[in-house]
Unconditional design. Structure first.
Length: 203
């Protein structure tokens, strides 16, 4: 009996102590946790703000310095370019002088050119009238252009007749043509060298 009574008493005491402790414990925890949480959060916020402000200070200063340096470099570079342009412009102005167009004196045409230009058509007409196709060239069916040069004097005499090109038969025909046509050439005031082409073509 004594053992059972003692066990029941012990159990009742433990249960009462557990109930009393369960009611009193949450209040103590609440007060403790509240004070701790408030103090910790406050400390944390202050620390974070301080760290951020320090970081901003460290970051902003070098950036501003870098920008200032870059602006100085750009200004120096621009100033150098302007100086170079001015120097180049001065050199060009010194070297280049105002260009004054000089009219070249036109060469005076010689008497030969004026005589030929004025009397070309008359000379060719006289040659066409005096031209005779060599009979041998006709038989052999030979055609060609003979280049003839000669000297014409004021008395309508002709000297130093030269022929080139085509066959020898046609060259002889050109030679004879000049000798016959010289009578119809206009009189020159002085000796004139004339070169022209005589064409021999079968119809």
């Amino acid at each position: 009996m004594t053992r059972g009574v003692l066990l029941s008493l012990f159990i009742h005491i433990v249960a009462i102590y557990a109930i009393v402790f369960s009611f009193s414990k949450p209040k103590l925890l609440a007060t403790k946790t509240k004070s701790k949480v408030i103090s910790l959060s406050f400390v944390k916020l202050e620390k974070k703000r301080k760290v951020k402000s320090e970081k901003l200070k460290t970051k902003v200063k070098p950036k501003i310095k870098k920008k200032k340096k870059e602006l100085k470099k750009i200004k120096k570079h621009k100033a150098k370019k302007i100086v170079k342009r001015k120097l180049h412009h001065k050199k060009i102005t010194k070297k280049t002088k105002p260009h004054t167009p000089v009219s070249k004196p036109q060469p005076i045409p010689s008497y030969k050119t004026t005589y030929i230009n004025l009397n070309r058509s008359k000379i060719y007409e006289a040659i066409q009238r005096a031209k005779r196709y060599p009979p041998m060239a006709k038989r052999l069916r030979k055609e060609g252009v003979v280049r003839t040069c000669f000297e014409l004097f004021p008395d309508k005499s002709v000297q130093n007749i030269t022929t080139s090109g085509a066959s020898k038969i046609l060259q002889k025909g050109a030679y004879q043509t000049i000798l016959e046509a010289k009578v119809e050439f206009p009189n020159p005031n002085s000796k004139v060298n004339i070169c022209l082409n005589i064409e021999f073509k079968l119809l």
